[in-house]
Structures are given as structure tokens and as C-alpha cells.
Design a protein around this ligand. Sequence first.
Ligand code: ZN
Length: 298
Amino acid sequence: MEAAQRAPAASAVVHHERYYFPAGTVVIKVGHVLYRPHRDILDSEVFHHMFSMPPGDSGAEGLDDVRPITLAFVTTRQFEDFLDFVYRPWSPPPYSVDSLINLYELGKMWLMDDAMAFARSQLDSMTLHPARRLQVARLLRVEAWLAPAFRQLVTMPLRDLTLEHGRQIGLETYQILTKAKDGIERERRLAAAKPPMLDVQDVECEDHRRCQSNWNVLWKRKVGAALLHPDTPLAFAQVLDHVQSVEWVDVFTGCRDGAIEKLEANGFVRDNEIIQQAVSLLSPYYQSDDSGFRGPRI
Ligand SMILES: [Zn+2]
């Protein structure tokens, strides 16, 4: 056995370099690696159940290297990340995103709320690219991360999204993202080309047709051009402020104020509506499994 540890053949069983404690109290095998942690530290009902299984024909499992408790459906990388958590005084931050995802998934499988909560709060406090954030949100089913990350992505030019970002967000999200961006661009062109009606004539306005014609020309020149600016287009949320800062030459003050009041009342929110619609289409893919819906987990 000693010799096998030093120069393991491909299929030989080896002791994990950090988590095979000589004084450990249970031997666990994952793949071809043996771990010997302390039973007490694996504080989960699932483990308690595993440890209290009646011995099979070949004797009790987990007492030695010959008959370890074998964990299926777990990789050595995942189990190591999990042990890093349970023995965490020895593995201080920073943690990698992948390790925290592994921890969350094993915590979920073994009903360890503290592992899940720890992974989630660590991931929550990290600054991630919105594409990566969406990927993590979908893997962990944290719906609360969806809308802010989607909103960030919508404002990014598509040329800044790499193939890797595309893989991270997945095909459904990418499809809905590009449609939302397309819809917002259409609204932008519409808003630029179609000045709002200057239909409230002030009682003191003597030539309202001239008023309207100047308003239309100035809208396209000052507001429309800003909305369509190739490098720094005016955001929808800034349109009202911009309208108020424009000098509306030869538009009667009372008529202009009436039109701006109407704009304020209606709001410039078409982009928000499009984003909210997109987010509600995506929600099912990000909701927790408890909702009963199981979207794809690519
Ligand atoms: Zn007028």
C-alpha cells in the first residue's frame, strides 16, 4: 500500500494529500482518492444516515481503507471544495467561483444549509461580469441576481460579449437578450424620429403652428440626435432632463411647458418595459427548483 501511494497506477487508490487525517474517524472514497475526515465535522442528516447504515455482508463501511464509504456522483474536485469549507479555518478566502458553486451543489445534495448559505453569500459579495453572474444565478437558481445582471448586459454593446460570455449566459438568455436590445434600439429610433405632439396650445400663444413646427425641428436636432449618438447615446432615463436643458427657440413657453408636463406624466420608460418583459420570460430558468419548473441547466 505504501508503495502504491508514492507511485500510483492510473487506477490505484491514493490518500488525499490534505484530507486523509491519520486521526480521522471515517474513510470516504471518491473516484480513486481516499479521504479520512472526522465524522463529527460532517454535520448533516445525510451523513448521519450514511454512517449509521447497518453493516453489509462484508462488514461495516468507512472504518478502514479496505471498505471505505464510497460517494458516487461527486468528483474529487467537488469533494475537496466541500472539505475546504467544513475545515475552513485552514482555507481562508479568496474562494474561486467554481469552488463556491461546487460547495453550493454539494450542500444542496447533502442538505447542509450552512454550506449553501456560505457559498451564496460569498458569491453575492463578488463583483462578476454580468454574463458570469447570470450563469451562476441559473446554476444556483438565485432569481434575485437575474434582473440587475440582465439590465447591465442590455446596455453593453454586443461586440463586447465574447463567445465565452455567450456560453455562460446560455442560448435562451442570449436569444432574449438580443431581442430586448433590438426592441430598445427600435424604440430609440422611434423616439428620435417622432417628436411628441405639442398639442396643448397656451391661451397666450398666437401662432401655434409655428410653435409646433419649431418644436418638431428642434426635437429631431437636439433630442433625436442625442438619442442616436453613435458612441454615447442618450439613455432613456435621461431624456426628460435633456429635454428640459434644450433651448426651445421660438416655441412659446406655455406650449412647451405643457408638452414637457405630458412627457413627465407618461415617462420615458419603454426600455424598462422591454427589460421587465425579458426578465419575466427568463425567470423560470432562474427560479428555485421548489417552484416545480425545471428549465435547462446548461
Ligand atoms: Zn404654441
